[in-house]
Design a protein around this ligand. Structure first.
Ligand code: CA
Length: 412
């Protein structure tokens, strides 16, 4: 485990900041009336990288002035390493360029945060064993909880890139076909069982046109975000057989605003759990490719205090993002810069580790209590749901910034 790298930006040296020098997460920021530009968070500041490049302190062919991190990702791993090394040098305690860099810092409180990259495609997986077991038990019974393919491939489906939004975007409760009990005819109306899924999103930073080994897939992942896969359980229950999720997941997917790079997470690599059956060779683990990232879910009722309703860890996943990407590419499926891969809901073994309200309330049968005294089975209008994540080092944390969305009522 590495130690805190000290910066001349004093707020970056505080133990509670999400953004020490060890992190250097990439986002898109704007001041009022200005276009979004590439920035890196450092303590309670953001460093304007387009401004640094314009002044000649960085040289990446102008891509840091473009709308999103896709063009930079396309430059490839050597550029990824060079930018991180140059930013580390510019921001380290005692850096000679401090006086020229400092004017390019903007307080985080002064900027709006935008989508950090253009999502070219979005795929969502179902690769957390505790979640799959919980949901399978609810719907099929404990004996048949895991589908027969589950221990052999990371199950996934092609989702919608068009509805991926950045943290802070208001979410509208969806309408859909809802099925009543037994023989009742379906009706069309607002979802009554609107839910979250606590996930990590992996961002593909290099294109590919054929199968990838797990090692190649790992090297192609640029970074990670927190991801909330908003899910309408009642719409899902009616529509998903026999093919899988469609409208139940299409309303919105919220991501956190900062791309935390694989390089920043390197000291926190963690192994997947023991295999119950061996994976086929093209998906086998070649090293620790998960990360030890503490995760939390908060729920704040309209105007009320937030309750942390779940705590878990990314290392609970059964499959790594590298294994998911290798599986995705194994058919020859081309992958593009900006492809977003949702991990699947990250639940742990205990009740408090459950990464969805469906699991926390056990399908609505066991409502859970908030600190305000209210209870919930699913999301109420006006609720704000937030995901938090951080890898915890010695005296520092590699944080993601919150991934938040307030749910407004369905449109009339
Ligand atoms: Ca999901």
């Amino acid at each position: 485990m590495s130690n805190l790298h000290r910066s001349w930006v004093e707020s970056a040296n505080r133990a509670e900041t999400d953004f020490p020098l060890n992190n250097l997460p990439y986002g898109m920021v704007s001041r009022p009336g200005e276009a979004p530009r590439c920035g890196v968070a450092i303590g309670d500041q953001v460093l304007d990288l387009a401004g640094l490049e314009a002044q000649g302190l960085l040289s990446f062919g102008g891509v840091l002035g473009t709308a999103g991190w896709n063009a930079f990702m396309a430059l490839g791993p050597e550029a990824w390493q060079r930018l991180r090394a140059e930013l580390t040098a510019l921001l380290s305690e005692g850096a000679a360029q401090r006086e020229t860099v400092a004017p390019h810092l903007i307080p985080l409180s002064d900027v709006a945060l935008h989508m950090p990259f253009a999502v070219t495609e979005y795929t969502d997986f179902y690769a957390g064993r505790h979640h799959a077991t919980n949901v399978g038990t609810m719907f099929r019974g404990a004996e048949n909880a895991l589908p027969p393919n589950w221990l052999h491939i990371p199950i996934g489906y092609n989702g919608r890139a068009s509805s991926v939004v950045v943290s802070g975007t208001e979410i509208t409760r969806p309408h859909g076909q809802l099925k009543g009990p037994q023989d009742a005819a379906p009706r069309f109306g607002p979802s009554q069982r609107f839910d979250i899924e606590l996930e990590m999103g992996a961002i593909v930073g290099q294109p590919s046109t054929g199968p990838l080994s797990v090692d190649e897939a790992f090297a192609n992942i640029f970074g990670y975000v927190l991801l909330n896969d908003w899910s309408a359980r009642d719409i899902q229950a009616w529509e998903y057989q026999p093919l899988g999720p469609f409208q139940a997941k299409a309303t919105a997917t919220t991501i956190s605003p900062w791309i935390v790079t694989a390089a920043a997470l390197e000291p926190f690599r963690a192994a997947t759990p023991a295999r119950e059956v061996a994976l086929l060779p093209h998906l086998q683990d070649t090293g620790p490719m998960l990360y030890d990232i503490d995760l939390q879910v908060g729920l704040a009722p309209d105007g009320g205090a937030e309750t942390i309703i779940a705590r878990t860890n990314y290392k609970e996943m059964y499959y790594s993002a590298a294994q998911q990407l290798a599986h995705h590419a194994s058919s020859g499926c081309p992958m593009r810069v900006g492809d977003l891969l949702g991990s699947g809901t990250i639940s742990g073994p205990a009740r408090e580790n459950r990464g969805s309200l469906l699991e926390l309330s056990w399908g609505g049968k066991e409502p859970f209590q908030l600190d305000t005294g209210e209870t919930r089975s699913f999301i109420a209008d006006g609720d704000t749901l937030s995901l938090y994540g951080a890898a915890l080092g010695e005296g520092y944390r590699i944080g993601f910034g919150p991934c938040t969305g307030r749910v407004g009522p369905a449109r009339a």
